[in-house]
Ligand binder design. Sequence first.
Ligand SMILES: [Zn+2]
Ligand SMILES: [Zn+2]
Length: 354
Amino acid sequence: MKTMRAQVLTEPYHFELKEVPVPEINEDEVLVKVKYCGICGSDWGSYTGKYADEVACIPLTTGHEVYGTIAELGKNAKGLHVGDRVTYDICTPCGTCYHCRIGEPLLCSDFKQIGIHTDGGFAEYVKVPWKNIYVVPDEVSDEKAAFVEPLTACLNASHKMDCTIGRSVVVIGAGLGIMHAQLAKLRGAAPVIVIDANADRLKMAKEVVADYTINVKEVDPIEEVMRLTNGVGADFVLEAVGSSRTYEQAFQMVRKGGKVEAFGICAEDDLASLPPVEFVTSEKKISGSCAGIGYDWGDALTLMKYGRVDPMPLISMIVPLEELEDTLKEIRTNPKLVKVLVSPEAKERTVLYK
Ligand SMILES: [Zn+2]
Ligand SMILES: [Zn+2]
């Protein structure tokens, strides 16, 4: 039996680097040899046992932001070849529940994602249904391809928010928020304003995309947004932090008739206080989006191929598979780390941030 190295979450707060069997594929699956797997905020959630439905899946190899090459093909796979550079849609909705059947597969009653509920990419190999595979264009580098999954989540939020040309957009949070700001700017938003508490990240936001940045440690963000929008408030505010306080601020800085797009994930017991009267008399709106799915993968690859978005400023470091657990903790304390890629092939760290 062939074996491989895999990081197995055996209980909350405990990853074990194990030698485990290489997954066996059926005729509808392919085996992907992992080159990179990005660390997502949700990996911290899995690690700390934050979500009961994920704890139920332990022991588990997490990791869902994968780029790799095809190592083996099931016999039903069409149009794919061993060696193809690929990434894959991580969603495997059931297809038969109420939500799936009315066209809301992300809300599937039995929603499973590869690397969140089933074994994923913090290993040398991962198995995937062939229909979920997307071939990576030559123009998209291996590192960028590892950023496709986070970009799909941002794209889905961008579709839901649906900002139009000339409208103002505020993004709260300068991590993945920088990608949200890039998408808003692509849609013609003006001005694009990014808010954070970290000066380094705001500097990056300014260099990459933002017309204005606001440091909440220096000024009142609501007053500042009002000033920058001529006292009107922002047409759209996207929350990409995940705290009740920033959601409350988002609701205060959005204009009458404007929309707050919910992206940041709060703890389940973190409750925001919003005046419902403003839904009525000010016609303020809120929408949310939880992930990317389906052709969001195709769109993400196309946008990268044609240089419409660039994730490279957000990719901070590449670490060997062995360093996963240490790095998960380091991300919590080092604000210079935005996206870290884990690589089963790397022997040592590559630091990309300045
Ligand atoms: Zn992710
Ligand atoms: Zn379903």
